[in-house]
Design a protein around this ligand. Structure first.
Ligand code: ZN
Length: 279
């Protein structure tokens, strides 16, 4: 089920929201970014990695939303990391005894039984301002920014020409702002796009957390598409964003957009608790 998208970089796509797990091959093991959603898919991924002779050496979660924090026993016991801010947010949101039941309530009922929550969010924060993941494989640069979720990180594997975008630069989802308390989430998101634009010249493949993998022409095109959406949101214009009318998103993305348009400044904690899907 693994698809190679660049030399030594493979993707495993879930049926759930086109969620992409990313495998980067190292010398003896693999870096696994955002492992996936359903238990059987993670088992399948673990088997594929075993066949490749590259068990998971290190795991990484791009941001503190449930669909990026999962793990399965079959993937082994490698250390799992996120940015310091991501890990601190996970601790804050998941440390109380009712946390897993609350997360289960955010997961669509048709798949919740298939999502293993026992290792949810067991990540260690890398020291603040860590610039790369230290492991026995190609250099992986961490581009941390404040968009979509606290401590969100995209990863650049320059040797392979790959940008692992996390929940940025999707071809199927509009930008989801971090409405968990930032003073100006639109500007934060625009600032993150500028950071990604700064590395766009180093890569020719972009892997979003949800959606399809894009080639060289897509990196800048998706940055511009997201920027246009954010400018429209900021100016209270009606965005002519094709993602709002795709078969994939037309039922619920307009609702997310309406919400973002009505509370584009300030915080609304309900956004993260009640909206479906919460990401
Ligand atoms: Zn996500």
């Amino acid at each position: 089920m693994l698809t190679q998208v660049a030399d030594g970089v493979l993707v495993h796509q879930s049926d759930f929201m086109q969620t992409n797990a990313v495998v980067v091959e190292g010398r003896a093991g693999a870096l696994l970014v955002d492992p996936g959603v359903r238990g059987d898919e993670m088992t399948c991924l673990a088997n594929d990695l075993r066949e490749l002779g590259r068990p998971v050496a290190v795991g990484f979660s791009t941001h503190p939303h449930w669909d990026h924090l999962l793990w399965h026993a079959d993937l082994g016991t490698a250390p799992r990391y996120g940015t310091a801010r991501c890990a601190a947010t996970v601790r804050e949101r998941l440390s109380d005894p009712g946390a897993k039941a609350r997360v289960a309530g955010m997961i669509p009922p048709d798949i919740v039984e298939q999502v293993p929550l026992d290792r949810l969010g067991d990540i260690t924060g890398l020291p603040a301002d860590t610039e790369q993941i230290l492991w026995d494989g190609p250099e992986v640069r961490i581009i941390e920014h404040q968009a979509h979720a606290p401590g969100h990180a995209s990863l650049v594997i320059e040797e392979r020409g790959v940008l692992v975008a996390g929940d940025m630069l999707s071809d199927v989802l509009i930008p989801f702002l971090d409405l968990s308390g930032a003073a100006d989430p639109i500007e934060d998101h625009l600032a993150a796009l500028r950071l990604l634009e700064g590395v766009a010249g180093d890569v020719d493949v972009v892997i979003p957390g949800h959606g399809s993998v894009g080639g060289a022409d897509q990196v800048q095109a998706r940055i511009e598409q997201d920027r246009a959406y954010l400018h429209a949101l900021h100016d209270a214009d009606v965005p002519s964003d094709p993602r709002l009318s795709t078969p994939f998103g037309k039922d619920w993305l307009p609702g997310v957009h309406e919400r973002q348009a009505s509370i584009s400044k300030g915080s609304d904690p309900l956004f993260h608790r009640g909206a479906r899907p919460t990401r």
